[in-house]
Write a protein that binds this ligand. Structure first.
Ligand code: ADP
Ligand code: MG
Length: 725
């Protein structure tokens, strides 16, 4: 077969731009494929509609009769939109989503058929769960697990299939998914934040966590993608010399979006909007062929579901344009990787953003309360936050001088820093007397949004009216960071309320009590605040002095998720039990090991079957050439002129030798690791013994890429993959 790279290049060069035109006015088709509140209102009786709303807002149970009515309405609505099937749509511990479609059609005795979908099918299903990871929670011989309807996330139609968002639980009650603990964490933060809000006013009945994600991704022509086994199997290029030009001119960031990509984006947005995903922002990112899309924020559970759906649509729609989407956190070495910033805040049932400064002193004291408690929650739990975003791929990005480092710190900007410093010193807070109006808290500008400094290097930054958790990986579900963040904030808010209430009981005036506890928290959490360049070595040194954890190894980071501290916290809040946490840890560790195992195999195979034979072919041509020169030239001329070729021949041999030796050693280390019984030991062996060979082998392969005749090189090069036209 001819060189696959050239075939792929030829195909990619012959692409014609495919145009896409969405119907006019997005508001006209927004949410048309979702069983939205509006549709429910239309289809359900008043009474049933109210019951569903109660379930959504207060988590109340939906009775059988109502469930049946909802199911019948869903069926009528979905079939009117052409749906033929239904499925429970859930988030198993694989990290992606799962579905098993059943047709609505049901045959009758008289030989005819009808569409059937009742309350029973809506509320609960029992998919064969034996092949999903459970981390030992469920033995395969009793593979029973069930999915149960989550009315708080709207059902939707995808591929003519009605998809009902559900939780996925073992019959023993343990969660086998990411939605169950997320819903529990959201409920915990609701309770805790409502309790704290009640210190200020009785109006607050409910507090919702809000999430606005920003999804970064790369696009590569699908023909070139298919000619790179590493991209296909691991999502990243394990080899590839840097392109002479890549991101050094910063000419891609916010640049004009090329026509092929913009058409892709338009179709992607059209499909997203129809599914009720409120996509809003799109732009070119820093690295060539890197892009970003962000929606308007939503309640966290819905937003998490929407991100999962969005990732699916990305992949799907890209294929219509002969593009492959890379969601991997670091698909191209030495270029910026991709993150998924999680913008997060808390919002009351009255629509008040608790992280937005208010107009009155009372409102500002409440703002300060939530700001400082969030900082304190992060301070106390940097290890857990780090642990829940760890993966083999994200850890290639964290700390790689383009993404927040593995040290979790908080950025709040100059003005707020000054204010917290004043509070710490006790300035202006001494004469509270009674009532908030008499308390002199430092003045907070009403709108911080426009004057909060931007610090792109911080893993957890306050941006005027929300925090932005920037260390989250692009391929991950938002549920993991959202479970841990909402849980730690809930825990902190509870501690805060306990302390304030105790002070009030002991006779301290309420606002004074609040200020005193805030001051304590400001002092205790000071070390996590960092305003400088988080990418710098000075910060690494400074953080070490401050005693902040810098967990760069994935295995260490993952360990924190099942630590004694983690168990205590999650059990106390009722979010995850010890058994569940340990099972999840084991699944993550196994996934880490398997991913490295796959990468190691791909590296070994490509080096041995693609790179070395190519290098030898080229070397043979050089040898022929040298032999020829020797024949036609006199000895003296020959020894001066053939020097370069001979030198190249030697260099090629050296690189081949290094690759061979390192691949062999890597395989030996892998064998040793594979034989280890203990999973943690195995994980550490993969991290400490196998992983270091990846870069060593790559170095020599990339050197060969520069030496070997371009005509022979089998893998599409960076410069060919990175500049879509
Ligand atoms: P930038 O890239 O400057 O950080 P973007 O506009 O790309 O900003 O993204 C900001 C994200 O923050 C959007 O998804 C937006 O909806 C979200 N956001 C804004 N306010 C809130 C809030 N109160 N809670 C959660 N997310 C929010
Ligand atoms: Mg952002």
């Amino acid at each position: 077969m001819d060189n696959l790279r050239f075939k792929a290049l030829e195909i990619s060069l012959s692409r014609k731009v495919k145009h896409f035109e969405a119907p006019p006015k997005a508001s006209g088709y927004f949410g048309e494929l979702t069983f939205s509140k509006k549709v429910m209102q239309e289809y359900l009786s008043k009474d049933s509609f109210k019951k569903v709303m109660n379930a959504v807002e207060e988590g109340s149970q939906i009775d059988r009769a109502t469930a049946h009515e909802v199911a019948t309405s869903m069926k009528a609505w979905a079939t009117s939109k052409g749906a033929t099937h239904y499925t429970h749509w859930f988030h198993p511990l694989t990290g992606s989503t799962a579905e098993k479609h059943d047709a609505f059609i049901s045959t009758l005795e008289d030989g005819t058929a009808i569409e059937r979908f009742g309350g029973d099918e809506l509320v609960q299903q029992e998919p064969d769960a034996s092949s999903f990871p459970s981390g030992g929670l469920r033995n395969t011989f009793e593979a029973r697990g069930y999915t149960a309807w989550d009315p708080s996330s709207p059902a939707f139609i995808l591929d003519r299939t009605l998809c009902v968002p559900t939780v996925f639980i073992a019959y023993t009650g343990e969660a086998l998914d990411y939605k169950t603990p997320l819903l529990k964490a959201l409920s915990a933060v609701d309770k805790a934040a409502t309790r704290v809000c009640k210190l200020f006013s009785e109006d607050t009945k409910k507090v919702s966590s809000t999430l606005g994600w920003e999804q970064e991704y790369f696009l590569v022509d699908s023909a070139l993608y298919k000619a790179r086994p590493d991209l296909m199997l691991t999502g990243r290029s394990v080899f590839g010399h840097a392109s002479a030009k890549d991101q050094q001119l910063s000419d891609h960031y916010f640049g004009r979006i090329n026509e092929r990509v913009v058409n892709f984006m338009q179709e992607l947005e059209y499909e997203s909007l129809r599914l009720g995903i409120p996509v809003k922002t799109r732009h070119n990112e820093v690295a060539p062929n890197q892009f970003e899309c962000a929606p308007i924020f939503e309640e966290t559970n819905v937003s998490v579901d929407h991100n999962q759906l969005f990732m699916h649509l990305l992949d799907r729609v890209a294929q219509h344009y002969d593009l492959a989407v890379l969601l991997h956190e670091k698909p191209f070495s030495r270029l910026n990787g991709s993150g998924k910033h999680n913008n997060w805040s808390l919002q009351t049932n009255n629509g008040v953003n608790l992280l937005s400064p208010g107009k009155t002193k009372e409102e500002n004291l409440r703002f300060l309360t939530f700001l400082v408690n969030t900082i304190k929650a992060v301070h106390d739990n940097t290890d857990l936050l780090r642990g829940h975003i760890a993966s083999s791929s994200n850890d290639l990005r964290l700390g790689a001088n383009e993404a927040p480092p593995a040290i979790i710190s908080v950025f709040i900007g100059n003005r707020l820093t000054q204010m917290l410093d004043e509070i710490e010193k006790g300035n202006g807070l001494e004469n509270p007397n009674d009532g908030a109006e008499n308390i002199s808290i430092p003045k907070i500008p009403e709108i911080l949004l426009d004057n909060t400094d931007r610090n792109r290097t911080s893993p957890f930054a306050f941006t005027g009216n929300k925090f932005e958790f920037r260390a989250v990986g692009s391929a991950e579900s938002c549920s993991k960071p959202m479970i841990v963040l909402n849980a730690v904030v809930a825990e902190q808010l509870n501690q805060f309320a306990d302390k304030v209430e105790a002070k009030i009981d002991a006779g301290t005036e309420k606002n004074q009590a609040i200020v005193e506890v805030i001051r304590e928290a400001v002092k205790e959490s000071k070390s996590v605040r960092f305003e400088g360049n988080s990418y710098s070595q000075e910060w690494v040194d400074e953080a070490a002095k401050r005693g902040l954890p810098n967990i760069s190894s994935t295995t260490e980071a993952l360990k924190t998720t099942a630590s004694e501290k983690s168990v205590k916290l999650f059990e106390k809040l009722g979010v995850l039990s010890e058994r569940e946490l340990k099972a999840r840890y084991s699944i993550k560790l196994e996934k880490y090991i398997k991913k490295l195992q796959i990468e190691a195999r791909v590296i070994g195979d490509l080096a041995t079957n693609h790179i070395i034979p190519t290098a030898i072919r080229y070397q043979n041509t050089l040898i022929e050439n040298v032999k020829g020169l020797q024949e036609v030239l006199d000895n003296k001329t020959f020894s001066s002129l053939a020097k370069n070729q001979v030198q190249t021949i030697k260099e090629i041999s050296e690189h081949i030798q290094e690759i061979k030796v390192n691949v062999h050693e890597m395989v030996e280390e892998r064998k040793k690791a594979n034989n280890m019984e203990d999973e943690e030991e195995q994980g550490e062996a993969y991290y400490g013994k196998v992983l270091p060979y990846f870069e060593k082998i790559r170095y020599h392969v990339d050197k060969l890429e520069l030496l070997v005749d371009d005509d022979l090189w089998p893998l599409p090069k960076y410069r060919e993959m990175l500049f879509l036209k």
